[in-house]
Design a protein around this ligand. Structure first.
Ligand code: 6R9
Length: 643
């Protein structure tokens, strides 16, 4: 089944922006002269001063990545101003609320005015170019307005997902010393309320850099407002004008920071700059989704993740698209919500995560089939490997075998899609992200960094830069080089493993580092471990991913309690709740096993390889355990495996 090939249908190739011949020509042109190729693509965004320099990249030494370095622009102009003449009255954002009876449409002209009003208010509060602004908002139009208003005044936004805890919010604000926080009274998800302002108040107890807070009224729930610090959005923007001079930004000035998990330490502030990111967002959104004027495009991600940044806001708006923003969840009020929204708003392009597909698959075809999906043309997948079974269900049941599926592999660090089929050009294989986009040069290397040829499996690296690549880790350029360019000298290391088949297709096999992917959300096992050991009853903890039918991976924690503490069911529940509170609900452990001891080498290193195998019930081939300080603990853990 995994070897199925679904050829590009002739009628799709005939009308697509890119067919196989065009793709081949693009790949060849970029390989021959990258500068000329990207000079040809840079006109897809609006420049105040056109760049004369295109690519200046060095993956060695201190690592320096620059694109369009002498160009000047403002990202909000590409997303708003330049569309006004032609599409001022076109809907830019369709907002669909958590409550199926609430929705809204915002035209490009209205969006431009709202962005300018907020940008003016921000300037009045003293926000200047280069300042960091934290955004902690639910999926409401204000989130897009806040992002673009930051871009307008040259402030660097740092969005923190609304599901994160006060602690997680605080550490992100502290790391980049944000001076302004933009939040809402409450969020809504699946019929429940999320106390965003209350969380923010708690976080701000330890965030002295924040001078002002702007609060959007969303649910109308009661919140505390601190005099002098907190301002209602409506009040502070009320008297402001609907035009605002855009700050002139250099192409390499930062656009945003987004924190993401790595294998060690605290989350890293991934920094993206303006010119290259915008070109990449526009290029990939248009070509991967074969976007056509007038189409309704829906990406179900949250703006708190990179997918929301690039494929709800910057890419679609740069391309003058109508982008749908959804506040709710796929399972509420019932499990046909996605398809009901597709019918209601006549969605043409639908982009979601495998975890959602797997969850909906369980309920069979009826909830899908009862809604009209005839407007759908392209389906997309992102966030984790999609298993062939889920792929085929998506293809057959949701897309009626009519819509190509683009399985898009990329990362927060890559800014946009790197490996994906182009719907009119590349035959699909269920479960494979297929081939790199023009200009992207993946390779597989062994653990010594030797490049492997042909059909093989190895560590996925990218050999050369593309415009949307991250430029640094905020405030820690040394860690940037260390994390991404030192494992395999002179290559960008993705942290993923992959297989390449005889057709050159890539099959991502998952992370090869200590990052786990739970329902498409990236998490460092180290973060969950440090949350656990912060509990007074816990002496030591080791966290690994375990296979999970719906979420892809679940969180499995081995916990050693302090001497004299009894392992009880109430304590287990308390620890689960503790981690949720420390990090956020996405980090809820699926299993906690009491471990009187953990398998360690004689030098004291926890043997995670063994713990992963036990959690996955793969206890046959545990490999050599003779080097363990105490080989007896392994059998103990196997005998007491949870679930
Ligand atoms: C965009 C995003 C990145 C990690 C990445 C990989 C996994 C994403 C995938 C995929 C297989 C795909 N991943 N897309 N694995 N097939 N189509 O998800 O960014 O949150 O940074 O996660 O997600 O493991 O390394 P991010």
């Amino acid at each position: 089944m995994a070897d199925d090939i679904i050829a590009v249908k002739p009628e799709i190739a005939a009308t697509a922006r890119i067919d196989a011949a065009k793709r081949a020509a693009m790949v060849a042109a970029e390989a021959q002269d990258a500068n000329a190729f990207w000079r040809g693509e840079m006109g897809r965004i609006a420049w105040m001063k056109e760049p004369t320099k295109i690519k200046a990249v060095d993956f060695t030494g201190d690592v320096s990545i620059k694109w369009f370095a002498d160009g000047e622009l403002n990202a909000s102009v590409s997303c708003l101003d330049r569309h006004l003449a032609k599409r001022g009255d076109q809907v830019a954002i369709i907002w669909e609320g958590d409550d199926p009876n609430s929705d809204a449409k915002v035209t490009y002209r209205e969006l431009h005015a709202r962005v300018c009003k907020l940008a003016n208010a921000m300037r009045r509060l003293g926000v200047k170019k280069g300042d960091r602004v934290c955004i902690y908002l639910p999926m409401i139009v204000e989130a897009a307005v806040a992002m673009l208003a930051c871009a307008r005044v040259g402030a660097i936004h740092s969005i923190v997902f609304g599901g994160f805890s006060p602690d997680s919010l605080a550490s992100r604000i502290q790391d980049s010393e944000c001076s302004l926080l933009i939040t809402a009274d409450e969020g809504r998800r699946g019929g429940r309320k999320v106390p965003l302002k209350a969380n923010a108040d708690e976080a701000l107890l330890t965030c002295p850099s924040i001078r002002n807070v702007i609060v959007a009224k969303n649910t109308g729930g009661a919140v505390e407002m601190m005099k002098g610090r907190d301002h209602w959005w409506d009040a502070i923007t009320e008297g402001e004008g609907t035009t605002c001079e855009p700050e002139k930004m250099n192409a390499e000035d930062p656009l945003f920071i987004l924190y993401t998990s790595g294998s060690t330490g605290k989350p890293k502030g991934v920094l993206h700059t303006t010119g290259g990111y915008m070109v990449w967002a526009s290029f990939t959104h248009e070509n991967v989704f074969d976007y056509r004027d007038g189409e309704i495009y829906w990406c179900t991600a949250d703006v708190g993740w990179v997918t929301g940044h690039t494929y709800i806001v910057y890419g679609p708006l740069a391309n003058g698209a109508t982008t749908l923003m959804f506040e709710g969840v796929p399972s509420w009020p019932d499990n046909s919500r996605f398809w009901q929204v597709c019918e209601k708003h006549k969605v043409n392009i639908f982009y979601t995560a495998p975890t959602a597909i797997r969850a909906l698959m369980r309920d069979g075809e009826a909830p899908v089939k009862k809604w009209d999906r005839s407007t759908l043309r392209i389906l997309g997948s992102v966030g984790e490997p999609i298993n062939p079974e889920a792929w085929l269900w998506y293809y057959r049941v949701v897309g009626d075998e009519r819509c190509p599926i683009v399985d898009t592999w990329w990362q927060t660090e890559t800014g946009g899609i790197l490996i994906s089929p182009l719907p009119g050009a590349v035959a699909q294989k269920p479960g494979s992200a297929t081939l790199p986009l023009p200009g992207v040069k993946p390779a597989l290397v062994d653990n010594e960094g030797n490049i492997l040829e042909g059909a093989t499996e190895g560590n996925l690296v990218i050999l050369d830069s593309w415009p949307g690549q991250m430029r640094t880790i905020y405030g820690d350029h040394a860690r940037f080089g260390q994390t991404y360019f030192s494992t395999f000298k002179g290559m960008y290391f993705t942290g993923d493993g992959a297989r390449r088949d005889a057709d050159g297709y890539y099959w991502i096999t998952g992370r090869v580092d200590d990052v786990i992917n739970v329902a498409g959300h990236r998490m460092g096992t180290a973060e969950v471990e440090s949350a656990l050991v912060a509990h007074p009853a816990v002496a030591e903890a080791a966290v690994v991913g375990m296979p999970h039918d719906i979420k892809g991976q679940g969180i499995y924690a081995y916990v050693t309690l302090k001497a004299g503490v009894e392992p009880t069911e109430p304590l287990r529940k308390e620890l689960v709740a503790w981690v949720r509170k420390e990090i956020g609900p996405i980090a809820t452990p699926d299993a906690i096993q009491w471990a009187p001891g953990l398998p360690k080498t004689r030098s004291g290193k926890i043997m995670r390889r063994i713990l992963r195998k036990i959690a996955a019930n793969e206890t046959e081939g545990l490999g050599d355990t003779s080097t363990l300080a105490d080989p007896g603990v392994v059998q103990e853990l196997i005998d007491n495996k949870v679930g």
